[in-house]
Design a protein around this ligand. Structure first.
Ligand code: NAD
Length: 443
């Protein structure tokens, strides 16, 4: 088991002792809080801010009874964690996955607070999850589950209060069902704005151009800014990369890097791992996964083991699947120059220390994958104005926002002489601290 031994965890432990909360350093929530509090210490953040950030404002737990197509009943457990809303309405994805746990959702909600603050969006942080395997459900069952979940969340979500979006296991169709359910409950005067209750919707129903690929597109702008800072002077067509996960974020990252000329060498997802030293066609692989549900048996590559996947030499290794996939075991095998965190919290603290010691640079998730929430914000703005903007306008605003956030991280890393993850949290916390300083803490 990967144990956390960093000073960050020490300061998190002290805060949790003060709150009389049991501290467990294997737990993702404590690892994430530890890293955030380390950054807070580096900028001398006040004690009350550290207390506020160490726990979410609201933790909502629901149970949804739903009838299956065969007439049987199942009860699904769901969570919505609202971490902080000092900057604006809560914002964060909804995940459908059979193994979600409350502490994982709390961790992801905290990261959303950090991400929105780093990008200077007028949103706070939240995350939701339903313990369910969407691959095992028929489309009719999935629709009933989604509508029941939305009804159960009730007024805990809303376009001015808490705005979910797609995440692992959810997509634009699920967002459309959520928005439609919410709209059916809305009073007549609020129906016009009801679709703004979620983002990541289909284009025909309040969606934004550019949202589907937004997370990966934002990552491209981060790489444009940060690779030269890391001393990687090669052009994109000289770079090789591998991907963990080939869902929304992974497959779009694969396609956009390929469009820039980089070469995809290896991919791993829930179904297996494949490689081709001559390059894997990211577009064709996306079509294959769309049809079959996974990368396994993709004909134009060879099957490899998980160990071989991590040992594959690449310039960029890009986790785009689940949390804590890169532990010390994987870190010891990894053979890349830069770990680009497209997924949330993919690297454990011990793995991170090991990678940094062996000279691997790590680009942190709250910067790398912020493009999704940036375009979600633009979709929410379009919904409020009953408009649909041109793709080029959305993309230009995404680029400006991502480059500004990347520059904030670079400046903070120089100022504190620290790694990029600490710098990204520090820049986010400094922004939140300034807002609390002007607003005060009620009462
Ligand atoms: P997705 O459901 O579209 O894809 C998830 C991928 O992870 C799939 O390819 C799946 O096969 C793979 N996977 C699952 N279990 C695995 C395992 N054990 N080993 C290897 N691969 C495994 O999800 P997504 O929306 O692409 O999200 C991926 C990550 O990006 C998550 O951390 C998510 O929180 C984060 N993220 C997503 C968005 C977004 O806009 N979708 C925005 C910001 C961050």
């Amino acid at each position: 088991m990967d144990r956390c031994t960093t000073p960050a965890c020490q300061s998190a432990r002290e805060i949790f002792e003060e709150l009389k909360e049991h501290y467990d350093d294997h737990n993702l929530y404590f690892q994430t809080t530890g890293a955030v509090l380390e950054a807070a210490n580096k900028i001398g953040a006040p004690h009350h801010l550290k207390l506020i950030l160490s726990q979410p404002k609201n933790e909502i737990m629901i149970h949804c009874p739903v009838q299956m197509d065969d007439g049987s009943w199942q009860l699904f457990k769901g969570y919505r964690v609202q971490h902080n809303n000092v900057l604006g309405p809560y914002k964060g994805g909804i995940r459908f996955h059979p193994e979600v746990k409350l502490d994982e959702v709390k961790s992801l909600a905290l990261l959303m607070t950090m991400k929105c603050a780093l990008t200077h969006l007028p949103f706070g942080g939240a995350k939701g999850a339903l313990r369910i395997d969407p691959r095992q459900l028929s489309p009719r069952e999935l629709q009933r589950v989604t509508r029941r979940l939305t009804a159960s969340l009730g007024t805990n979500i809303g376009p001015d209060f808490d705005i979910p979006a797609p995440d692992v296991g959810t997509n634009a169709q699920i967002m459309a069902w959520m928005a439609d359910t919410y709209a059916n409950f809305a009073i007549p005067s609020q129906k016009i704005n009801a679709a703004g209750v979620v983002t990541g919707k289909p284009l025909e129903y309040g969606g934004s151009f550019g949202r589907e690929k937004a997370t990966a597109q934002g990552l491209m702008y981060v790489l444009d800014e940060l690779l030269p800072e890391l001393g990687i002077q090669r052009t994109y067509n000289e770079l090789s990369y591998s991907l963990i996960g080939y869902g929304n974020v992974g497959s779009w990252t694969g396609r956009l890097l390929q469009a820039r000329g980089s070469q995809l060498i290896a991919v791993m997802d829930h179904s297996g791992a494949i490689s081709n030293p001559q390059g894997i066609d990211a577009e064709q692989l996306a079509e294959y996964v769309e049809k079959t549900g996974g990368i396994v048996n993709y004909p134009a590559a060879s099957a490899i083991s998980t160990e071989q996947f991590y040992q594959t030499q690449v310039d960029l290794l890009i986790p785009a699947a689940l949390e804590q996939m890169v532990t010390i075991d994987e870190a010891q095998q990894i053979n890349c120059r830069v770990l680009v965190e497209a997924a949330n919290a993919p690297t454990t603290p011990r793995a991170e220390n090991h990678l940094l010691e062996k000279g691997v640079k790590i680009l942190p998730a709250i910067l790398c994958n912020a493009g999704g929430v940036v375009v979600s914000y633009l979709e929410w703005k379009q919904n409020r104005q009953s408009e649909q903007w041109e793709a080029s306008l959305v993309d230009a605003r995404l680029q400006t926002t991502m480059k500004a956030a990347a520059q904030r991280v670079i400046r903070m890393a120089e100022r504190l002489n620290c790694d990029m993850r600490t710098a990204s949290f520090a820049a986010a916390i400094e922004h939140i601290e300034k807002v609390y300083a002007t607003r005060g803490v009620f009462p």
